[in-house]
Design a protein around this ligand. Structure first.
Ligand SMILES: [Zn+2]
Length: 402
């Protein structure tokens, strides 16, 4: 079975389409920004539909603008006029985390107004954006006020179909397997149920500081999504952009104090298994949690080894999300880094670690970045890596075939 991976230019975000066995099975992982949908995803979906294909799974790894905003446009369009059949959507929203299929309506008009305020105002808090990312701000376009959660309900999609509640890593590893066919499977690695509960706690804390009561109701759903989308620390990585020259040993051995955000901790990461081959899609998750899950799977014989065809580097190459511990254990030839360089991503430390622990690796970028020339220059006899970036392929879309 062939596997085709398309990594769309999603600015500072992620959007990846995986097509298996000549598009018999298709998985869309995240959806970037609004423009990612109109510039890339829309046409790809049309092509699939024209060929009588469908999406088996559409995953929003976590609620964050750079992963979900394109999905809002996608569902908005698909709800108006069915473009493509989506069999299952994996998404951890408010009601999924609460494990409530139906939420009560709150008839208090003041409460409704407060929730609406939260839904719309946070997107226009320009302090969250660096000047360079004003384009992203224009691209946020939330004025229409529709949330992913609301569009899911309107479109009557199957949400987390293989799970009773939210998608998370169960203690019973057999429950983490999602079968697409007998030869195509996913195994969920993160988040834990506690990671998802942390999102609700954070929401409750926020409401408390605002003097608003936490009422579990329909009106809270969109506000929660809006709150979580914007609660990430946008300045992460920027305050410590390494000015040092690209010295692999130095950078790879640098001690890093990991800063975790609750939003990224809630990220769905998974292994995709196609026949005997394995692919790692790690969202914006953290490597210690990922490694723990991988070791569990080995222990319980759900996988035979830690050899992967591809590793989608978590969180756009942030040094906070990848550790030598994970890279030492995993064998992989192809690493994908999805970012246009926003928020200081990727960090040099990340690239150095990948090269150090997986000699002869290929690192793929979906943009041309300043950092790339510097990395290319430092090639030595000791490290035999290869960098593939936008200037090395003839398309807007980075494509890998297996
Ligand atoms: Zn992200």
């Amino acid at each position: 079975m062939n596997v085709n991976i398309k990594v769309f230019p999603a600015k500072g975000g992620d959007s990846i389409l995986v097509s298996i066995d000549n598009q018999k099975y298709n998985i869309l992982i995240d959806s970037g920004y609004k423009s990612t949908y109109y510039d890339y995803i829309m046409d790809e979906m049309k092509c699939l539909e024209d060929n009588n294909k469908h999406l088996d799974i559409f995953i929003i790894t976590h609620i964050d603008n750079d992963h979900i905003l394109g999905g809002i446009e996608f569902l908005k369009n698909n709800n108006l006029k069915k473009n493509i059949e989506i069999e299952n959507i994996l998404f951890n929203g408010y009601r999924q985390i609460l494990s409530k299929k139906n939420l009560e309506k709150n008839l208090d008009i003041n409460y409704k107004c407060r929730m609406k305020e939260i839904s719309s105002s946070r997107y226009f808090n320009t302090d969250d954006f660096e000047e360079d990312f004003e384009e992203d701000l224009a691209d946020v376009g939330y004025s229409e006020g529709e949330s992913f959660s609301e569009l899911l309900l309107k479109g009557k999609y199957n949400i987390n179909r293989n799970y009773y509640k939210a998608v998370f890593k169960h203690k019973d590893n057999n429950k983490n397997v999602i079968e697409i066919s007998n030869k195509v499977k996913m195994i969920i690695l993160t988040p834990t149920q506690d990671d998802l509960k942390d999102l609700l706690d954070e929401w409750e804390r926020y409401l408390k500081t605002e003097g608003i009561e936490h009422v579990v109701c329909k009106e809270s759903e969109d506000a929660f999504e809006s709150f979580v989308s914007n609660s990430d620390d946008f300045h992460e990585g920027l305050n410590d952009v390494s000015n040092t020259i690209f010295d692999i040993e130095n950078l790879a051995n640098k001690n890093i104090t990991i800063e975790k955000t609750i939003t990224n901790k809630s990220s769905i990461s998974f292994i995709l298994i196609v026949e005997k081959k394995k692919y790692l899609f790690l969202g914006d998750a953290y490597s210690d949690e990922i490694l723990k899950s991988l070791e569990d799977l080995l222990k319980y014989n759900l996988i035979e080894d830690l050899d992967f065809e591809v590793l989608k580097v978590p969180h756009h190459g942030s040094k906070n999300n990848i550790s030598s511990g994970l890279l030492k254990k995993v064998t992989c030839k192809n690493y994908i880094i999805s970012t246009n360089g926003a928020h200081g991503h990727p960090n040099k430390e990340t690239i150095a670690k990948i090269i150090k622990w997986n000699n002869k690796c290929k690192i793929y970028f979906n943009y041309k970045l300043d950092i790339i020339d510097e990395i290319k220059r430092c090639r030595s006899n000791k490290y035999n890596f290869q960098i593939i970036s936008k200037e090395d392929y003839d398309s807007d879309i980075l494509e890998l075939n297996f």
